[in-house]
Design a protein around this ligand. Structure first.
Ligand SMILES: Nc1ncnc2c1ncn2[C@@H]1O[C@H](COP(=O)(O)OP(=O)(O)O)[C@@H](O)[C@H]1O
Ligand SMILES: [Mg+2]
Length: 348
């Protein structure tokens, strides 16, 4: 097992008040897995990642990375690479150049200088940072510093990568490059990756397993595809024309002949009998529901202007899931802004 976490808790004391950041978390990650850690602000993601990187100690519980206990911090640090996107910029030497920073950190992890230089140069080239090689860190933009942090974590070819919002401040192109590189590390070297990100396309494209965490507890653990199927609604959106339209009979027709329910309906153009409906399959697959609706509308003498499936994005699913999960215990709904203070990047 690459990462073994059992009954992990972390309680912070802030001005005499106890804050439970992690509440009895257990999680096993196999070697070579690419796992995404997803959760709203304050869920405990950074705390978990910091414990794995030996930056902070847990209140209770056992944690092993590649068989090494986190209490053996020197040994763990030699096999992991980590990025803390929110605060990591501060861990670089502002008065040293990009190259000197990277070389300094790579010698700390025991790589031979010639090898380190080779890897640093090729990673700088990959991220189009060659011309910044000799620039001082303090002269760099946030996005460039973030790239340096990611490069720093990769130079030692670590067995385990612990990445907490590593692409914060990246532009779209660099974000694509980061994806490519992380996948390559994962596939070529079998690097285990635990990635926290609010960039949903990253999470969707890279991870084969999503761990959702809320209020210090794991509330879901499954592949992204399964998560999307379970959390948010798939539906069919149709724009059609039907003369002599009666809502009630249309609703019955959809219910009994297409095994589906109307979840949204509006008149788009009353004079020409044009309507828009969102229809949720309940009996048949999405594709079969589409065929059945098409046939129904055509048979009743209507015309279809548009019909398409709506498959929810990871972001939609995530928000839907949190809403469902919170309704159970807290009827007060949280707004999207409360759920995440989305930092620099948004899904396109
Ligand atoms: N050093 C600290 N002192 C006190 N409370 C903290 C500290 N670090 C984190 N917390 C609290 O622990 C909880 C989890 O925080 P964090 O792990 O940063 O969440 P996330 O990374 O998911 O946004 C939050 O309530 C946060 O305020
Ligand atoms: Mg965090």
């Amino acid at each position: 097992m690459s990462i073994e976490i059992s009954s992990l808790s972390k309680i912070f004391n802030k001005r005499g008040k106890e804050i439970t950041a992690l509440d009895n978390v257990s999680l096993n990650i196999k070697e070579g897995e690419f796992v995404g850690l997803l959760g709203p602000n304050g869920a405990g993601k950074t705390t978990l990642t910091k414990i794995l990187t030996t930056l902070i100690l847990p209140t209770s519980g056992d944690v092993y990375v590649d068989g090494i206990s986190i209490h053996d911090d020197k040994q763990i640090r030699s096999i992991i690479g980590s990025v803390f996107g929110e605060t990591g910029g501060r861990s670089l030497y502002y008065r040293l150049s990009v190259f000197d920073n990277l070389l300094f950190y790579s010698t700390l992890s025991g790589i031979r200088k010639t090898e380190a230089k080779k890897r640093i140069n090729s990673l700088l080239h990959f991220f189009d940072l060659e011309d910044k090689k000799n620039a001082l860190i303090m002269k760099l933009s946030t996005g460039m510093k973030a790239k340096v942090l990611l490069i720093r974590s990769l130079v030692p070819f670590p067995k385990v990568l612990l990445l907490d919002e590593p692409t914060l401040g990246f532009d779209a192109e660099s974000s694509e490059k980061a994806k490519e590189l992380l996948l390559e590390f994962n596939r070529e070297f079998g690097t285990t990756v635990l990635l926290t990100s609010h960039n949903f396309s990253e999470m969707d494209d890279l991870t084969s397993r999503l761990v959702l965490i809320d209020k210090g507890q794991i509330i879901q653990d499954c592949p992204p595809s399964i998560f999307k199927e379970s959390a948010a609604q798939h539906y069919v959106r149709v724009i059609f024309n039907l003369a002599d339209f009666h809502y009630k009979s249309f609703e019955d027709l959809i219910r009994y002949s297409a095994g589906a329910e109307i979840s949204f309906f509006r008149e788009e153009d009353r004079e020409n009998f044009v309507y828009e409906a969102k229809i949720k399959p309940s009996k048949f697959s999405l594709n079969e529901t589409i065929s059945r609706i098409t046939i129904l509308i055509l048979r009743t003498g209507g015309e279809i202007y548009q019909i398409a499936p709506h498959i929810p994005s990871l972001k939609e699913s995530f928000l839907a899931f949190l809403a469902i999960n919170n309704q159970k215990e807290d009827p007060k709904e949280r707004t999207v802004e409360e759920i995440f203070n989305l930092p620099f990047q948004e899904e396109e």
